[in-house]
Design a protein around this ligand. Structure first.
Ligand code: NAD
Length: 491
């Protein structure tokens, strides 16, 4: 992998403007906020701060574009543009990976191999999927023919988080465009750069002006709230915290917007003693600490069958101690910085809480000594924690896991389900019947057996309980981004 020199990184950072009706524009009164690199704490650029005025303009551009040339584009033409966007992302993948790394503090290697390549794949996947779609049709005893047609929902508002900025934005944008909608997007205030760069790509790929619009800003009392409550937005798709989801739902309710929510998780990893321990350790290391644990699907509550418990924690601890934490641009780095000061303090507070409750910190437990600057947190494994502790019940969203032993299948299912969340889970066992049985009883939208993070974009993705509303992926995405009408013809 080609690494980027220190001098080159800083110079790659961009100032971020809004993108409305095909033009990059400043905010009214040139309002901006600072963009900070969490690995160095340096200000790396300025971001236009949008609010109601900018959202109004963007929504109006998106509304007009719905009835412009975009409306006449065939499925094939939309598919060609989506494919081109994917290709252009890959053409500048290193540049995008630098921007993602500067914004998030994640390892450059991860940004390149996962975030950016998967962003391109999102477009390539939906470009292909779009051309395979059919419609329902029923012949009712030769009395009538019923068939459905699909049309765009209209103007879709997209509100995105900071952890996988381009990956999650494109996971929404690609199907939204595939289904013929127009959009106003608000990326997370902490990670504005790749979304901005993507706008250049959309233009170059041939999207008509106004189809894609981008407004930077904050959430409450800012661009996010203005978008959620805008009367001319037809649907809101949001990925972020559960409590933000409730705010957005309230704001969207008076105008009855369609909503799709991908929210928080507190995902259990259930490890039975018959599992292949080497595979378990290898994958659990990733499901615990990939992207500094800042992935909604990370397994932060690890339950291990008692007879395997001691061996498991010894092996996981040794492997965790060997992880390299530091400069995200260093090729060796496994763990970068967490997203920013507030989040750093929140994660540290949970670790301190565990200590004050008498838990054992097997490794990690705070800030690594060698760094003067940057929001670095050691990968941390906690044992001996009470199942009712906030550390076990609340989403920490950092490089922190708790490990607990269990004795019976019933007991571990009960504990795994004892949460408001229901996003993901992993089950490790080589016993076929148990795998099916336990998987069917775990209350989560995404359940992996003997693996983690293995994705096929056709499958339903989303959470149950307080982890989400609706599913994304393949046909599920089209369901959200389309209005379906049934037509009945009397024969
Ligand atoms: P967040 O909810 O704080 O912010 C997400 C976005 O919402 C940001 O763009 C923010 O500006 C905006 N926002 C905040 N308040 C708002 C309001 N009142 N109205 C409108 N918009 C508002 O989430 P975050 O901290 O950026 O992301 C981390 C969270 O995202 C975690 O809970 C994580 O589990 C979740 N997440 C879920 C998935 C999933 O697929 N289920 C994927 C990634 C992240």
């Amino acid at each position: 992998m080609k690494m980027i020199s220190k001098e080159n990184r800083r110079s790659k950072a961009i100032n971020c403007k809004h993108y409305i009706d095909g033009e990059f524009i400043e905010s009214d009164q040139l309002k901006t906020f600072n963009n900070v690199n969490p690995a160095t704490e340096e200000i790396i650029g300025l971001v236009a701060e949008g609010g109601k005025a900018e959202v109004d303009r963007a929504v109006s551009a998106a509304r007009n574009a719905l009835n412009g040339p975009w409306k006449t584009f065939t499925d094939n033409k939309r598919s060609t543009i989506l494919r081109k966007i994917g290709d252009l992302i890959l053409e500048i993948k290193e540049e995008l990976a630098v921007l993602e790394t500067l914004d998030t503090g994640k390892p450059y290697s991860l940004a390149l191999e996962m975030d950016i390549k998967r962003s391109a794949h999102n477009f390539h996947f939906f470009a292909d999927y779009l051309t395979t779609l059919g419609n329902e049709s029923y012949n009712q005893d030769n009395i009538a023919l019923h068939y459905s047609i699909r049309r765009p929902v209209g103007v879709v508002g997209m509100i995105n988080p900071w952890n996988l900025p381009l990956l999650l934005l494109t996971w929404k944008l690609a199907p939204c465009l595939a289904a013929g909608n127009t959009t106003v997007m608000k990326p997370a205030e902490l990670t504005p750069m790749t979304a901005t760069k993507l706008m250049e790509i959309c233009k170059e790929a041939g999207l008509p002006d106004g189809v894609v619009n981008l407004v930077h800003g904050f959430g409450a009392d800012s661009a996010g709230a203005a978008l959620s409550e805008h009367p001319d937005v037809d649907a809101i798709t949001f990925t972020g915290e559960t409590k933000t989801g409730t705010e957005i739902m309230k704001a969207a309710a008076p105008t009855l917007k369609k909503v799709s929510f991908e929210l928080g998780g507190k995902n259990p990893n259930i490890i039975f003693a018959d599992a292949n321990l080497e595979e378990v350790i290898e994958t659990t290391l990733k499901s615990s600490f990939m992207n500094q644990g800042e992935v909604c699907l990370c397994g932060s509550r690890i339950y291990v069958e008692n007879e395997l418990y001691e061996e498991f924690i010894e092996k996981l601890t040794n492997r965790t101690k060997a992880l390299k934490i530091g400069d995200p641009f260093n090729e060796e780095t496994n763990i970068g910085a967490v997203i920013g000061k507030d989040h750093y303090e929140k994660v540290i507070r949970y670790i301190e809480l565990a200590k004050s409750e008498g838990a054992t910190i097997l490794t990690g437990g705070g800030r690594p000594e060698q760094f003067e600057k940057g929001y670095f947190i050691e990968p941390t494994i906690i044992t001996g924690v009470n199942r009712y502790s906030r550390c076990v019940r609340e989403e920490i969203f950092g490089p922190v896991v708790t490990v607990m032993p269990f004795y019976t299948e019933e007991e571990v299912i009960e504990q795994a389900n004892d949460t408001h969340y229901g996003l993901g889970a992993t089950i490790w066992t080589n016993e076929l019947r148990r795998a099916h049985r336990v998987a069917s009883l775990i209350e989560a939208g995404i359940i992996w057996v003997n693996t983690w993070y293995l994705r096929d974009l056709r499958t339903p993705f989303g959470g149950m309980k307080h982890s989400g509303i609706g599913r994304e992926g393949g046909a599920h995405s089209f369901e959200f981004y389309s209005e379906v009408s049934n037509i009945t013809i009397k024969l």
